[in-house]
Design a protein around this ligand. Structure first.
Ligand code: GLN
Length: 304
């Protein structure tokens, strides 16, 4: 029997001793207001048990972690048609990189980089009656928590400074890979990124990916095959140009966001979320990566 609580406590004391906590994302001005000292971690086993340390109940901006949740909802709506418009190859590039998109004529490398997520946002704007409200409801439902909300200040802040995302959306539009207006799609995208959740909520939201497509309330949200494919995309594309490093160091499918969150999972075993706002030079949580590396090393649990 693994003593998960003791392992989380050990990781907590290790990361607290780190003097280099990385850099807070400042290109979205509202994100730079976060205290860099925060650290939280939450583990949810498929059997139901939960373990946590630190600031695991403090909400933060989930940013790109939302890309997995929009992908899941879009997949449940239009299934494999998604792959006519987005590929499933790692990009080996930063999350907001544009030149590949131009070279590959408006087909984003995968749904977890910004351009790919903007295409998924376009699909949801077409498919949902009230896109922002319906997506929020979906996240609340799979998490079993109706308190989850958008942070409108963060959404506004990103809208005011989101030049690269406007460039990506305009490129997509010029290649006929956006059906709705750039404004409508980005408004949805900036809101999904602004979702505020804590580690324990994220572990619950991602439960369906570890549980063959069935969310916490035992409702099938995805087929087993769809959950499997989303896990494969997280493993190969969830950390941008650091996906290889994450697979090497941690060995779990997962997704990061520039708010400093990472959620990862071991199919049929657990989901785990960590939050440490300081980022490494690739835009992934510095201490979050270290903490997850220690977790899979100390528990000897990974997909490999
Ligand atoms: N909202 C952010 C952006 O589009 C998300 C980036 C991220 O979390 N990596 O730039």
């Amino acid at each position: 029997m693994i003593d998960y609580q003791a392992i989380l406590s050990e990781i907590y004391s290790n990361v607290k001793q780190e003097s280099d906590k990385g850099e807070i994302a400042s290109y979205i001005p509202e994100l730079s207001r976060v205290n860099p000292e925060h650290f939280g971690m939450h583990l949810k086993l498929i059997s139901g048990e939960e373990f946590a340390v630190g600031d695991s109940d403090i909400g933060f901006s989930i940013q790109s972690i939302s890309k997995v949740l929009t992908l899941a909802l879009a997949m449940s709506k239009i299934g494999t048609h998604i792959w006519d418009r987005v590929d499933v190859e790692p990009s080996g590039n930063p999350f907001n990189h544009l030149s590949l998109l131009e070279l590959e004529e408006g087909i984003p490398r995968n749904p977890l980089i910004n351009s790919g997520a903007i295409v998924i946002a376009d699909i949801l704007v077409s498919e949902l009656e009230n896109p922002k409200a319906d997506f929020l409801k979906y996240v609340q439902n799979i998490t079993g928590d109706s308190t989850i909300a958008y942070n409108l200040k963060v959404a506004k802040s990103e809208k005011e400074t989101g030049y690269t995302n406007y460039a990506a959306a305009n490129l997509l539009k010029s290649f006929n890979n956006l059906n709705n207006s750039v404004e409508d799609v980005l408004d949805f995208y900036f809101h999904q990124c602004s979702l505020e959740m804590c580690c324990s909520q994220l572990s619950k939201a991602f439960f369906l990916f570890a549980n063959k497509g069935h969310c916490l309330a035992h409702v099938a949200r995805l087929t087993k095959s769809q959950a499997k494919r989303i896990n494969a995309i997280m493993l190969t594309c969830g950390f941008y140009d650091e996906a290889g490093e994450f697979a090497f160091e941690v060995g779990l499918p997962g997704k990061s966001g520039v708010g400093g969150g990472i959620t990862a999972l071991l199919p049929n075993e657990f989901t785990i979320s960590v939050w440490a706002p300081g980022l490494n030079e690739r835009g992934n949580s510095k201490l979050g990566m270290q903490a997850l590396e220690q977790f899979t090393t100390l528990t000897n649990q990974s997909i490999f």
